[in-house]
Design a protein around this ligand. Structure first.
Ligand code: ADP
Length: 212
């Protein structure tokens, strides 16, 4: 089953995607993590993506479509996957639909994480991530140790600085919000869930929306 996670930055897609992946026994694919990994490793993909990401802009569609197709064709994702932030523009949604049709895989659900802007800004300004495994934390400071990864240190992502956050919200509104309209018009199984609440509450809503 392919599950697409949609929602603004800071809506909790990464955290909930991780939990859903465990619950449903599916791998999670996050383009943000793939790109950050490439930046860290200094690969050509990373070199191309870095400037866009640091500003809070989207990486070009062609780059994302390449990552998307490679992931869908990987044997470990044959049973399906949870796609976290993989679809952020209408051309990307069209590209995913074409790729799934080619592989004969159905789109199981589009989970839309709904959250107000004010909540996003306060969440992101308090967020750190492990520089090794990318797990996000709230209420911890840069320099703390990651609880899930030996030797991992918590850092603030460059695109979590206030200016880049504002840019990401603007980009979300201009380029990603239309994806929701597109999926709805295409008759896709879109489920909107309230992304404000405890981790357990939001997870329960997501599972209920998936009929679990
Ligand atoms: P968030 O969802 O909180 O913005 P991510 O970690 O998912 O953060 O993504 C970080 C950055 O990676 C994005 O701001 C963007 O520059 C790039 N990126 C990730 N996925 C995509 C995508 N599907 N299309 C274009 N750019 C992307």
């Amino acid at each position: 089953m392919i599950i697409v996670l949609l929602g603004p930055p800071g809506a909790g897609k990464g955290t909930q995607g991780e939990r859903l992946a465990l619950r449903l026994g599916l791998p999670k694919i996050a383009t943000g993590d793939v790109l950050r990994g490439a930046v860290k490793a200094g690969t050509p993909l990373g070199l191309e993506a870095k400037a866009f990401m640091d500003r809070g802009d989207l990486v070009p569609d062609a780059v994302i479509l390449g990552i998307m197709k490679e992931a869908l064709n990987a044997p470990e994702n044959a049973r399906g996957a949870i796609l976290d932030g993989v679809v952020r523009t209408v051309p990307q949604a069209e590209g995913l639909q074409a790729a799934l049709a080619e592989l004969g895989k159905p789109l199981g659900a589009v989970l839309n994480f709904d959250i107000a802007d004010g909540e996003i800004v306060s969440r992101i300004s308090g967020r750190t991530v492990c520089d090794a495994c990318q797990v996000p934390y709230s209420g911890k400071v840069p320099g703390d140790e990651c609880e899930k990864h030996d030797g991992g240190r918590l850092v603030r992502r460059k695109d979590d600085e206030p200016e880049a956050v504002q840019r990401r919200l603007d980009v979300y509104r201009a380029q990603t919000a239309p994806v929701l309209t597109w999926y709805t018009a295409a008759g896709a199984p879109v489920k909107t869930i309230d992304a404000v609440g405890t981790l357990e509450q939001v997870e329960a809503r997501a599972l209920a929306a998936l009929g679990r």
